[in-house]
Design a protein around this ligand. Structure first.
Ligand code: GFB
Length: 310
């Protein structure tokens, strides 16, 4: 990519897209194209066709997706599969039709089988049944990966696929029904502290383990892979270590400086028991994350208080 290359960031108002956009600006790219979902409905085939024909982007970061935590995935399975499949199909196909030089497609660690050995290597894709709580989302993301690989094979495109682990950071969704665990717990502990509540309820058993990557680290990995990686195989992006939800809750409780109790509500689903990526492939390419989990949560909490805190 040259500083003047025309780069389209699809989904630039989301957590991932906004960080990729900021990163690109910081790296000196000055010909960036964006559209809000009001301006361009990526589910609309004709609209996407017209947009690509008019704009002719050279590079595409495909960060537009319907995302959410365990409850959003279970409550809106139809929307998760329909929205993700349709936006992917339109953006990937029009990237091919309009000769995009390179496209980066963002997947998710939930594409790996429920019982995959841990840490999960890239080659475990399609080696077993998926975790039911996010199967529709995972199937859509797997379709996106296979679509990129198929276009590479048949049309010699350069469409790469990146699998981030659970993400967090400033700008995350803090809605308690639809968010992921980390922003949900920041909000729950903060509100409990401010309101003097005696306890905070954490969903599930606290036993599941998750790996958390700061979104700025992911954005840096994406620009790095866009310039340095041209293979057909998917690439995991994570930190290489995980913690239990119980440990996470204690860490957030400490950062927020909340004194009350933690209660577990095991009527809520745990989801996958463990979801840790094997990140040796990207590490061997020379990429490593910068944020520690503790520092990442601290700065995200600072952002949250500035934006929402009373
Ligand atoms: O982050 P999360 O919603 O998604 O939940 P997944 C992770 C774990 O945290 C689960 C527990 O075991 C939850 O039960 N948890 C505890 C909570 N308290 C809470 C809470 O207040 N809110 C939430 N949301 N969880 C998602 C997938 O799975 O991960 C997506 O559904 C995607 O498809 C995403 O892959 C990265 O890690 O279980």
């Amino acid at each position: 990519m040259q500083p003047t290359s025309k780069i389209y960031v699809a989904g630039h108002t989301g957590l991932v897209g906004s960080n990729i956009l900021r990163r690109l600006k910081g790296e000196g790219f000055n010909n960036l194209v964006t559209r809000t979902s009001k301006e361009l409905d990526l589910k609309n085939q004709q609209a996407v066709e017209d947009f690509f024909k008019a704009e002719q982007p050279e590079y595409v970061f495909m960060a537009a997706a319907r995302v959410g935590g365990i409850m959003a995935n279970s409550t809106f399975p139809a929307e998760f599969i329909y929205d993700n499949l349709s936006v992917q199909i339109n953006v990937i196909h029009q990237s091919y039709v309009n000769g995009v030089k390179k496209l980066l497609f963002l997947g998710s660690s939930c594409i790996y089988p429920k019982f995959a050995p841990q840490p999960m290597k890239e080659e475990y894709l399609l080696s077993g049944p998926l975790e039911p709580t996010n199967e529709p989302y995972a199937v859509a993301k797997i379709a996106g990966i296979i679509m990129c690989q198929s276009y590479n094979r048949q049309y010699s495109t350069n469409f790469i696929s990146v699998m981030p682990t659970n993400l967090y950071g400033p700008g995350d969704n803090f809605d308690l029904e639809t968010s992921h665990v980390l922003p949900a717990l920041i909000r729950k502990f903060h509100e409990a502290k401010v309101n003097g509540e005696l306890s905070v309820t954490v969903w599930g058993t606290g036993i599941p383990r998750r790996e958390f990557l700061h979104v700025e680290d992911l954005a840096q990995a994406c620009t790095f892979l866009m310039s340095d990686y041209d293979e057909n195989e998917i690439v995991n992006v994570g930190v290489g270590s995980d913690i239990s939800i119980l440990e996470l809750a204690h860490m957030i409780k400490e950062i927020v400086e909340y004194d009350g109790e933690i209660i577990f509500d095991d009527t809520k689903p745990d989801g996958m028991a463990r979801k840790l990526l094997d990140v040796s492939r990207i590490n061997q390419m020379g990429w490593n994350p910068v944020y520690s989990l503790y520092d990442g949560i601290k700065s995200t909490y600072k952002w949250y208080v500035e934006k929402y805190g009373k």
